[in-house]
Design a protein around this ligand. Structure first.
Ligand SMILES: Cc1cc2nc3c(=O)[nH]c(=O)nc-3n(C[C@H](O)[C@H](O)[C@H](O)COP(=O)(O)OP(=O)(O)OC[C@H]3O[C@@H](n4cnc5c(N)ncnc54)[C@H](O)[C@@H]3O)c2cc1C
Length: 271
């Protein structure tokens, strides 16, 4: 079996590692196509004063069970006997998080009031939204469900800076995040129950994962943008039979062969 993964973010890297570890796929039969020159997707740490910086988060949720299952078998770079998971949990045990000040006003006073500044009607609106079936929310925006005052509350400031939400964003996404992270509500201002990685997420998770995949000879095609995928007509199942991608300004085409794709340009995909 050959596997072709589009995107070398944490998701693509984790998929490659799981294919090797759980499904017994050989690393050399896995190809990761990554548009960027570097791996890590949203977890990359980079920038300059001119272009601005991407500072990946350092928060991990205790319920990221699949990630922890994987990271338990990925050694840290500093000590191969210590797994990435063990390093993360040890760090959090030794340095428990308890933010005393999350938001300050213009006079540098801590902003933290009862119920995060939410009124009862805000609370009802949140509960109503949480219980509304997703199918009824298609195409609607967050701002349609709350009063303008809601967007001035401490809750909204905490939530929007944590989750990247804006009032005009999809209410479906907002609802999914809310239902997924509702257990964090009591600790939103102290962040007491989230896990912090000892370094930024690129150093903490992406580098050790790549270091584990490289000696297993996974093909990393960085700087490779997948432009299109073709589908075979096969009732009852979805089969991809073509990948169009561009690498270093040159177009390439991968065709399906028994068990995988073979790039027209063999240097590129090693297919
Ligand atoms: C500012 C910010 C802070 C965050 N903080 C946290 C945090 O603290 N904790 C946390 O758990 N999560 C955090 N996240 C979310 C986290 O970054 C994502 O959940 C994670 O990166 C998703 O991984 P992914 O591999 O699915 O997607 P991505 O990381 O987005 O990776 C997708 C990759 O696919 C590549 N790609 C896309 N299209 C193509 C194509 N056509 N051809 C080839 N390559 C392609 C992209 O270049 C990218 O490298 C944060 C996100 C942001 C933006």
């Amino acid at each position: 079996m050959k596997a072709h993964l589009i995107g070398g973010g944490f998701g693509g890297l984790a998929a490659a590692a799981l294919l090797i570890r759980n499904a017994g796929v050989a690393g050399q039969d896995i190809t990761i196509y990554e548009a960027d020159e570097r791996l890590g997707g949203g977890f990359f740490l980079d920038g300059s004063p001119q272009s601005g910086y991407n500072l990946p988060g350092s928060i991990f949720d205790r319920e990221f069970r699949c990630a922890f299952d994987l990271l338990a078998t990925i050694p840290t770079e500093a000590n191969p006997k210590i797994s990435v998971k063990e390093q993360l949990f040890t760090f959090n045990r030794e340095h428990p998080f308890d933010d005393q000040t999350h938001i300050v006003d213009r006079d540098l006073r801590t902003v933290h009031g009862p119920r995060y500044g939410l009124s009862w009607s805000d609370g009802f609106a949140l509960a109503r939204l949480s219980l509304t079936p997703e199918a009824w929310l298609d195409g609607r925006r967050i701002e349609e469900f709350f009063s303008p005052k809601f967007f001035e509350t401490e809750f909204w400031l905490l939530w929007s800076t944590l989750m990247g939400s804006l009032p005009q964003h999809s209410v479906v996404e907002f609802r999914r995040y809310m239902n997924r992270f509702v257990y964090l509500f009591p600790d939103l201002s102290t962040m007491a129950h989230v896990l912090r990685s000892p370094f930024n997420q690129h150093e903490a998770f992406v580098k050790p994962l790549v270091a584990w995949l490289e000696p297993r000879r996974v093909n990393f095609l960085t700087g490779t943008f997948v432009k299109d995928i073709g589908f075979e007509s096969s009732p009852g199942r979805i089969t991809v039979n073509r990948l169009d991608y561009e690498r270093g300004g040159a177009a390439a085409l991968g065709h399906r062969r028994a068990g995988g794709y073979r790039a027209v340009d063999d240097r590129v995909a090693g297919g």
